[in-house]
Design a binder for this molecule. Structure first.
Ligand code: MRU
Length: 328
């Protein structure tokens, strides 16, 4: 990729500031776990796998004081509740620190830094495998709809849904991507379009409300999206609006694919009904770029994610293979 979403340099976490893209390419530097937590909360870094990797580095930054690790973990976990990768990464760092009970502070710090780097590298590797398993789902000449950003900006590698597209394109398949803008904070318009244009993948931006008419016109051959959490029964939480698209895809007989690493599967959750759904601040809906659109004091409901039931999912491509969904 032509950019780095996250980088660990000289004991600090460098994040590409996704709030500013595509107009400004800037970096935010985090030197303590509170700064990492704030960067996750305010969407400087976003996307389930990327916030997991960021949280792992947040724990490494807390390691100079062993007794502070559980609290730092709690703060990091609470920064965004839906993507399970965040809790998964924090718990893995806490397990590593427990294994090092009695280690000297410098040894604990070094070991937690190594563990965070391992989580980072493993995520990049998982993206590669998701792409390899998923690429056969996309045939030459297809037009593919995606939602939000499940690309390199959302992971430590080539992405999940976009990783499948990049891998298929690298195999010589000619694909065209429709990117839904993804209200309210426009990850599709700002981030997916920026990524795809940099990578030379032909892409067209559409408003979220255009999608139904694209299906009706027969312009979409497949849908591929990422996931924030996958329940045991195969229900998938992803960016708000994903469920709408899944209903449309089923109605029009178009396959609906999900791409996600194993770190997004939550074995503790039986069905999508148990997945906690984050609510975002009203200003993300009432304002765009700081410009007020809705009347002052307008009442807003803004869930960041919805749940697509397994019956609407054709297949899930993960780093261990392609599993059929309930619509297969
Ligand atoms: O609110 P965001 O931008 O973090 O939402 C991201 C998504 O919904 C992605 O589709 C999901 O995290 C998968 S990213 C590989």
């Amino acid at each position: 990729m032509k950019f780095r979403t996250l980088e660990w340099k000289s004991g600090a976490l460098y994040l590409l500031d996704q709030r500013r893209l595509p107009n400004r390419v800037e970096t935010v530097i985090c030197r303590n776990p509170d700064q990492v937590s704030e960067a996750i909360r305010n969407l400087t870094v976003r996307g389930a796998p990327a916030i997991g990797v960021a949280a792992a580095y947040g724990m490494a930054l807390a390691a100079s004081d062993r007794s502070a690790l559980p609290d730092a973990g709690g703060v990091l976990k609470s920064s965004r509740p839906t993507a399970v990768n965040l809790a998964w990464a924090v718990d893995r760092m806490l397990t590593k620190s427990a294994e090092l009970n009695g280690a000297a502070p410098a040894d604990l710090r070094a070991a937690l830094e190594r563990e965070a780097i391992a989580i980072h590298n493993e995520d990049a590797e998982m993206c590669k495998r998701i792409g390899e398993f998923g690429a056969p789902l996309l045939a030459n000449g297809m037009s593919v709809l995606t939602h939000c950003n499940a690309g390199a900006l959302a992971t430590a590698g080539i992405g999940t849904a976009l990783g499948v597209i990049y891998t298929a394109a690298a195999q010589g398949k000619k694909l065209h991507v429709y990117a839904g803008e993804t209200r309210p904070v426009l990850q599709g318009a700002r981030l997916t379009m920026w990524e795809l244009m940099q990578e030379g993948i032909p892409a067209t931006l559409v408003t979220d409300s255009t999608v139904a008419s694209l299906f009706a016109a027969g312009k979409i051959d497949a849908v591929i999206v990422g996931a924030d959490r996958i329940a045991r029964n195969g229900d998938v939480a992803n960016k708000i609006g994903t469920y709408n698209i899944a209903v449309l895809a089923a109605h029009h007989g178009v396959p609906f694919y999900v791409a996600a690493p194993r770190s997004t599967f939550d074995d503790k959750i039986a069905t999508g009904a148990d997945i906690p759904i984050e609510e975002r601040s009203a200003t993300e809906v009432t304002e765009i770029g700081g410009q007020r659109l809705a009347p002052q004091n307008a009442v807003v409901y803004s869930p960041a994610f919805d749940v697509t039931p397994s019956q609407l999912i054709t297949a899930i491509s993960s780093d261990t293979g392609v599993e059929l969904g309930g619509r297969s």
